[in-house]
Design a binder for this molecule. Structure first.
Ligand code: NAP
Length: 280
């Protein structure tokens, strides 16, 4: 079998078309998204550029603020607090990685839950257990969208999520559970990863280890969502799955780059419009 590529850029474009209509429904007042970065990081620069482009396309006024690398946690929290209090700001995001000495959890908890468009505030993350929240974590929501775009019936489908981080692996598992998929979560304590992945209809890999999943670990025709972003030996960006062997076995596969990443940005824009009051 040769996998059909799940092109995240194409899906993101079609999602943005729906978002443009939702944006229009909010009228002429600007929808403001504030992004805060402490210091300057080349990886963050790529994300910010993609976010700015998507925001402009959809009609969101995104402002990117740089704090000096010397800014401590107190200065960052004060910058967040100022935007929390600003009625015209719909959403606030803080770019990662953060410099040493700043606790990402304190920062995420400082963003007002209603403006937490990355969906990482404990209140938004926690509400995932009850139902799909208004502001789900963007990468988990992106994986869900990509899976749904294949048309698979998730009810009863066996899903294996590899990786159990708070912002990616765990929320993906719970979102798919809401669709009545039978979900297994694998992690560093899993005894034999391939025993699990081989029986899965859907495999989501979110670890950050290039080449973790090979084609011989999969069932023929499986849907494979590769969330990982790693620097390959030749300096190129690669995912967590071995592309050549996996694409020979899988039914659907997300490429890296161009898979989960663009849809994650689209989900950030969707969350921003929701935070501004749009039904989308
Ligand atoms: P993370 O916080 O480092 O979590 C990685 C997870 O993988 C942890 O739960 C870890 O378990 C688990 N793990 C480590 N080694 C493993 C192994 N050999 N087998 C199974 N599980 C293992 O990273 P993250 O934030 O979830 O991100 C995961 C990857 O996705 C990274 O490459 C990141 O860059 C990428 N990412 C992509 C996007 C996008 O938009 N495309 C967005 C976010 C993240 P322990 O904690 O127990 O060690």
């Amino acid at each position: 079998m040769t996998a059909q590529l799940l092109d995240g850029r194409v899906l993101a474009k079609s999602i943005r078309e729906d978002l443009k209509k939702a944006r229009q429904s909010l009228g002429d007042a600007p929808v403001r998204l504030v992004s805060i970065e402490v210091g300057q990081n080349p990886a963050a620069a790529v994300y910010v550029r993609n976010q700015l482009r998507a925001a402009e396309d959809v009609g969101i006024a995104m402002e990117h603020i740089h704090l000096p690398v010397s800014a401590g946690e107190a200065e960052l929290l004060a910058a967040i607090e100022e935007r929390n209090a600003h009625a015209e700001v719909a959403g606030v995001i803080v770019q990662r990685p953060l410099p040493p000495g700043i606790d990402p959890r304190s920062v995420q908890s400082a963003i007002a839950p209603g403006k937490d468009v990355e969906g990482m505030h404990p209140e938004n993350l926690g509400s995932i257990l009850y139902r799909e929240p208004a502001l789900p974590p963007c990468t988990a929501a992106a994986a869900q969208q990509l899976i749904l775009s294949t048309g698979v019936d998730l009810r009863g489908a066996e899903t294996v999520v590899v990786g159990h981080s708070e912002i990616v692996g765990k929320p993906i598992a719970v979102l798919l559970l809401h669709h009545l998929s039978t979900v297994t979560v694998c992690h560093v304590g899993t005894r034999n990863l391939a025993d699990h992945t081989r029986r899965a209809d859907i495999v989501v890999v979110a670890v950050g280890k290039a080449g973790l999943v090979h084609g011989d670990m999969l069932k023929e025709g499986a849907i494979v969502i590769d969330v990982g972003i790693n620097q390959g030996a030749d300096g190129k960006i690669v995912g967590d799955v071995d592309f050549d062997s996996v694409s020979a076995v899988a039914g659907h596969l997300t490429p890296v780059p161009g898979g989960v990443g663009p849809v994650t940005v689209a989900m950030l824009m969707r969350n921003t419009l929701r935070a501004a009051g749009a039904s989308v």
